[in-house]
Design a binder for this molecule. Structure first.
Ligand code: MG
Ligand code: MG
Length: 256
């Protein structure tokens, strides 16, 4: 007997999308608020506490806390850290960049979004890294229309990043999201267009380019969570949870 690997993409109905919108609005408000708090001297542990309070006050649950043993409510990744940084007591410095990734479960549905913020004044090169990474996220989102395929998103992200002289991380990928934080399909930030499942109404994907200022290589630190660049280059991360609708992509984690 042949055992097939069965992959299934769950399409969400209208009521489910409404719940996902609410979960993602909590995420969006938390990210906006944390962004206002970021300045030299603040620690990522401070930000984590604020985030957890806000999420619980909104009736949600921090999705990352306890996920496969992750010890905090948000992922906080500074400078050469790519993703999955653990909040700690080290103060942020002017010139740093900090990627905050926030996940919320609300009434059984998940929201997931990330953003990289400057701390004080940053260099022109880092400013460009943040801008290009965010632009590449929106290049990917533009591809989330009926009839396109998953790798159209991937190819579009990669093209924009590489055209601007940066590199995409290949070890970590975007993902479907819904009643689980990570659902099928996986959405790499690289690849040739025209491959993978066709996009259908009600699919919801977390698109999340991770972009390095130098080479694409990544490794995991001894804490078993923090992913960093191998060559010490800086890294940025922008993510939105987005639904495919017949009217085009609906960015669930965007305010208003
Ligand atoms: Mg995330
Ligand atoms: Mg994600």
């Amino acid at each position: 007997m042949i055992k097939a690997t069965f992959r299934m993409i769950v399409c969400k109905g209208r009521d489910q999308l409404k719940k996902m919108r609410q979960a993602n609005l909590i995420v969006a408000r938390v990210l906006e608020h944390l962004g206002q708090l970021i300045k030299p001297g603040v620690t990522t542990a401070d930000l984590d506490l604020v985030a957890e309070d806000m999420i619980r006050e909104a009736g949600g649950v921090p999705a990352f806390k306890g996920y496969q043993g992750f010890p905090a409510s948000v992922c906080a990744s500074v400078n050469e850290q790519i993703v999955h940084g653990i909040p700690n007591g080290r103060p942020l410095k002017a010139g740093d960049i900090i990627s905050l990734d926030v996940g919320v479960k609300w009434k059984g549905f998940y929201g997931d979004s990330a953003q990289t913020f400057p701390v004080g004044k940053i260099s022109a090169e880092l400013h460009k890294l943040l801008k290009v990474t965010e632009e590449s996220l929106f290049k990917g989102i533009e591809q989330m229309v009926l009839g396109n395929r998953v790798s159209d998103i991937s190819a579009s992200v990669q093209k924009h990043v590489e055209k601007n002289g940066f590199s995409v991380v290949k070890e970590f990928v975007g993902h479907g999201i819904g009643q689980h934080l990570h659902e099928d399909p996986q959405i790499p930030n690289f690849g040739r267009p025209g491959h993978g499942p066709r996009l259908r109404e009600g699919m919801v994907f977390a698109i999340e380019p991770m972009v390095n200022s130098k080479g694409p290589g990544a490794k995991i630190l001894k804490d078993r969570w923090t992913a960093v660049t191998i060559d010490g280059g800086y890294s940025a991360h922008f993510e939105h949870s987005v639904a495919v609708t017949k009217d085009g992509p609906w960015i669930l984690s965007q305010l208003n």
